[in-house]
Design a protein around this ligand. Structure first.
Ligand SMILES: [Mg+2]
Length: 271
């Protein structure tokens, strides 16, 4: 969409909230919202100011002003907020010089895409991630001056085979036997389908969903491959949608720290 088309959509659909999102350096999606009257065509050139010193590993307090410039090609409607909210992902820039920010993950992705083109390595970097994650019923942790612990739990977990569940029907997934039993062992078919279909309804092409090898709710949902920057934006939506759908079921989704290790297709297309 162009900025003009987005302004027209906001008016036609009476959208009153606009959410601006960007990714910080460690990879957490950040956001703030403005009322629709604050968004004009010039917003896509002037951007919105924010405090870069409050972002991890970004600016110092004496040089904290930054702007985020919404990218009109990223427009989507948020699938969860109570008030209809249009979401735009933005690029980070210096408010004085207008230069792109070197620690903005989208800028890094753009530079990589440009490098591949200018060096003649190829035209497009296609990325097809297969993100794996765990769905837990309970996640607790604490680190106090006098104690520390963590505890994860799952209704699927083999360590709950002897738990009194009034009744416990015994369908627990043994260690490394999660690939791919049907329900009642697999307890998350409906939740995974809701995650996948929510993403598909947003225009994100999906490939499949399934249980994964481990006990305790390990799952995988795959996206159809796309270019590097586009896939980076889609994965931000992916993690956001999964965590919110899981929360509806009173569950928690945790992504494997090395989930990028499951990146199984990276290819260059060359004319
Ligand atoms: Mg896998």
């Amino acid at each position: 969409m162009t900025p003009q088309e987005i302004i027209a959509k906001i008016k036609e659909e009476n959208i009153r909230m606009i959410d601006i999102r960007y990714m910080d350096f460690p990879g957490t999606w950040q956001h703030f919202s403005v009322p629709a009257c604050e968004v004009t065509e010039s917003s896509f050139e002037d951007g919105f100011g924010f405090d870069g010193s409050s972002m991890r590993a970004w600016q110092n307090i004496d040089n904290s002003d930054m702007i985020v410039i919404p990218d009109p090609t990223t427009v989507k409607m948020d699938p969860f907020f109570a008030h209809p909210t249009l979401v735009l992902i933005g690029d980070i820039k210096d408010p004085i010089t207008g230069e792109a920010y070197s620690r903005d993950p989208r800028y890094i992705a753009k530079k990589v895409e440009q490098y591949v083109k200018t060096t003649g390595l190829g035209d497009t970097i296609f990325v097809g991630p297969e993100p794996e994650f765990f769905i837990f019923n309970n996640v607790r942790y604490s680190c106090e001056p006098n104690s520390a612990f963590y505890e994860l739990d799952s209704d699927e977990a083999i360590w709950n085979s002897g738990r009194d569940e009034m009744p416990n029907t015994g369908y627990k997934i043994r260690h490394k036997h999660g690939y791919y039993p049907l329900p009642p062992s697999d307890k998350y078919q409906d939740m995974r389908s809701e995650m996948l279909l929510t993403l598909e309804d947003m225009g994100i092409a999906m490939e499949c969903q399934h249980h994964e090898v481990a006990t305790a709710g390990q799952c995988e949902i795959d996206l159809r491959c796309s270019s590097l920057l586009d896939m980076g934006d889609k994965l931000a939506w992916f993690k956001y949608v999964l965590k919110n759908v899981a929360a509806k079921y009173n569950n928690s989704v945790t992504f494997m720290p090395d989930w990028l290790g499951s990146l199984e297709l990276v290819s260059f297309s060359v004319d």
